[in-house]
Ligand binder design. Sequence first.
Ligand SMILES: Nc1nc2c(c(=O)[nH]1)N[C@H]1C(S)=C(S)[C@@H](COP(=O)(O)O)O[C@H]1N2
Ligand SMILES: [Mo]
Length: 379
Amino acid sequence: MSIVLIDNISRRDLLKLGAAGALSLALPRAAWAGAPAIVKPLPPEWFIDYGTNAEMRWDAARDQGYLIDTARFFVRNHTSTPTIDAGSWRLRVSGDGVRRPLELSYKALEKLACASETAFVECAGNGRSFYGTQQGPPASGTQWKLGAIGVARWRGVRLRDVLERAGIRRDAVDVMPAGLDPNYVSAGVDYGHVRRPLPVAKALDDALIALEMNGKALPPDHGFPARLVVPGWVGVANIKWLGSIDVSTSTLTSPFNTTFYPGLTRQNVKSAFELAWDAQLPAGERTTLTGRSWSGHAPIKHVEVSTDGGAHWRRAKLRGPNLRNAWVRWELPWIPRAGAHELLARASDRSGLTQPDTVEFNSAGYGFWAVVRHPVTAL
Ligand SMILES: Nc1nc2c(c(=O)[nH]1)N[C@H]1C(S)=C(S)[C@@H](COP(=O)(O)O)O[C@H]1N2
Ligand SMILES: [Mo]
């Protein structure tokens, strides 16, 4: 059996084969040991399984409150979820930008934990598939629809507090958090650990070293024992399995802000319906369309919905919290006629951004924030 075959086999198939006992004999040990890149179960009613990545199904968000349960939260791994022992784990803070390099144990961080943030983590590539299906050339990478996002309540220690303990210098400019997962290797190139510099201004503002997600210790897939949460920014800024933080008085770079995700900071405004792709609805009956809109720039100002492919628009009713760096839920009644329809949701945030009809193409497929045309059928 070749590695190519393993790459093309789904995680679920691997688990099935593994359970049948055949695979452990047939495969080289290293391949088998590395097989499930994601540790938590990925039931098909909640997730679209891409192997190392798992997308949240939006119809499964419909019965969720403001926060997405940890069990249902999407996962994006460049490599695979590592197992880390919190007892021996240390967070190292060093570099020429600090006067007192330090090492913090999990227990020490727990004692300092007094801050929280309700924020989304959203992959920069969320919506990537729509480059190809909606407006032109397809972009390479995981073909996410809109489910590479979740909102959770994160609790831990302000990055600012840790940097101040380390005696951050006034002339520090960049902070580079690095993950402890295996090096990211793609097409034969070893890019090292997943790590991405953050300007000091953001690091000292609202970045959080999170130990908890939705009231419990972080689970392995979401960064145990500690991850960075960088509210409003692209997913990759939220380094999981945090091991070290380099503080520098000169500009830092890594492949994760040059080759990948160049120049990306805040996420633009987007919207999603809490409906399956190609959902079936009862014709002639009143249904309540529901969805969520979010922006990394400001709270949502309003959401307009079209049920006729964009000819007419109505304002959705916003409900519940409408937090900056998270999302707002909304709803709108609709009585569909029998047949196929395209639903559109277009949000505006309070910074003045409104979702456009199209966005400029980039080959990596980042930043798709155009209005998505969501197909449904009424029967
Ligand atoms: N160490 C490490 N941190 C990481 C990643 C990774 O592969 N390794 N992936 C990043 C990307 S691209 C995203 S979108 C988010 C996903 O977070 P989640 O898996 O908790 O949803 O984690 C980020 N942090
Ligand atoms: Mo991402």
